[in-house]
Write a protein that binds this ligand. Structure first.
Ligand code: ATP
Length: 447
């Protein structure tokens, strides 16, 4: 299934059936209607990726419908199917905004090639779309898709791990800048004194250590999109400089003399309550208004439970494939347990839990016993008492075995990088060291 949805207008019922069969077989979703009036009603109710319409229709003809589409849905491609010999009209139709026309009778392949030509971009965008089944998330993605084409600055809020970066990438891929660069900078992860140079670039000798000139993230994103991840985590002085760049649409490298013109779309994210943060003086109000042109908010997943199952299934499939496990399955008991959890770490936590459950089940059939939220992310208890028998009594011998397997797998995945493993498993490096020592004690070779 391509996930591309078509609206097809054809009043000849025999031909309509044949068209529907061809399109469904090719993997398209399609809705068949037999008049322009009906098509207009459906366009109000649903979102389509392309309209394919006959010209000769009872009531309003295909040209009338084309005019409606051009006026009301200028982004929506429409193709006309005209009777043989009507080529002059077809050319007129192209002038009036149709993306293509087919002369009847046409071959199936001609139809499919024409549709693919005008929807391939859509299919690509949809494949980048975040998973969203809950009505609140569907509405959010719809809003994101609509704002994507406007070039407006977007501010995405939401708790940690809700999918803000995923949504930013989607907006980029659904925008006219999709062939340009998508550059992300995490303002929280970069030491304060380096952030300015990374954002704006620097010339050779601008500061000790600047041995060569370097373009900043703004310049790198020219022609595309710049994601300022966790934008609130920059100091107030740098916020003023950022504001100036955004207002003037030009940047000057540190130590540079000439301003560089920018054509960059900005997406910013935060997991803070930004309004509150502004009131408390942590973030400049003028910068807040500059960024908050179009706000989008991810709910935490405990408030969009309809997403839990599709997200869990998609993550299960992703990790099962990595582990070469066929036909992974979430049993109803596992799903109920997932749906009842409060998910403080949102989708990122869900991904970790699914990964662990696959390792625990060993064969991809996940039931509730494999869903362990706090199995090894209870460092307080573990660190409070590092005695082996105590640990065993907390977790149980069987569970301890599973725990060892998880750690071993995580070490393999991270190619032995312990810091990464500790982060993935949600435990402190000290706890990880302790656990590895225990594994060695139990005769498990940890290289
Ligand atoms: N709707 C979604 N569909 C598919 N994957 C998702 C979705 N939401 C989140 N994820 C996955 O969850 C993880 C966290 O997502 P992401 O990094 O976008 O969250 P975030 O809100 O930017 O997190 P943070 O605030 O910590 O930076 C990623 O691995 C991402 O691929």
């Amino acid at each position: 299934m391509t996930d591309v949805s078509l609206l097809v207008v054809e009043d000849d019922h025999g031909l309509a059936e044949a068209l529907e069969d061809t399109l469904l077989l090719a993997g398209y979703k399609c809705l068949m209607v037999d008049s322009s009036e009906q098509a207009i009603l459906e366009l109000k109710r649903k979102t389509f990726d392309m309209v394919v319409s006959d010209v000769n229709l009872p009531g309003m003809d295909g040209y009338g419908l084309l005019q409606h589409v051009v006026d009301h849905f200028p982004e929506l491609p429409m193709m006309l199917m005209t009777a043989y010999g009507d080529i002059a009209h077809a050319v007129d139709a192209m002038r009036s905004g149709a993306v293509d026309y087919l002369l009847k009778p046409f071959q199936e392949t001609e139809l499919l090639e024409a549709i693919a030509k005008h929807t391939s971009h859509v299919a690509q965008v949809k494949s980048h779309a975040p998973i969203a089944k809950d009505p609140a998330s569907i509405a959010l993605i719809d809003l994101a898709r609509r704002v994507a084409v406007t070039d407006s600055t977007v501010l995405i809020c939401g708790e940690s791990g809700t999918g803000k970066e995923v949504l930013s990438q989607y907006i980029h891929s659904a925008s006219e800048r999709s062939t340009g660069p998508f550059v992300a900078i995490n303002c929280a992860a970069i030491p304060e004194n380096m952030l300015e140079a990374m954002l704006f670039g620097y010339e050779k000798g601008a500061y000790t250590g600047a041995v060569s000139s370097q373009a900043g993230k703004f310049e790198q994103a020219n022609g595309g999109t710049l994601l300022l991840d966790e934008v609130t985590e920059m100091d107030i002085g740098l916020q003023a400089k950022l504001l100036r760049v955004l207002q003037e649409q030009e940047v000057e490298r540190l130590g540079g003399k000439k301003p560089i013109k920018l054509d960059v779309r900005i997406i910013a994210t935060t997991n803070r309550d930004l309004g509150e943060y502004v009131r408390n003086g942590g973030f400049r109000e003028d910068l807040y208004y500059r960024l908050n042109v179009f706000p989008l908010k991810w709910l935490p997943i405990r408030e969009r439970k309809g997403d839990i199952q599709p997200l869990a299934e998609a993550l299960l499939l992703k990790h099962a494939q990595k582990m070469r496990l066929d036909n992974p399955l979430l049993t109803p008991s596992a799903l109920s347990k997932l749906e009842a959890h409060s998910w403080p770490g949102n989708v990122r936590e869900l991904e970790n839990v699914i990964q662990r459950s696959l390792i625990l089940s060993g064969q991809g059939r996940i039931s509730d016993e494999h869903i362990l939220f706090d199995m090894i992310s209870a460092p307080k208890v573990e660190e409070a008492d590092e005695d082996a028998s105590e640990a065993a009594s907390i977790l149980g011998k069987g569970v301890q075995q599973h725990e060892f397997r998880i750690i071993a797998q995580a070490l393999i995945d991270a190619k032995g990088k312990r810091k990464e493993v500790a982060e993935t498993l949600g435990i402190s490096p000290r706890t990880l060291r302790y656990k590895i020592a225990k594994m060695r004690e139990c005769g498990i070779e940890v290289d």
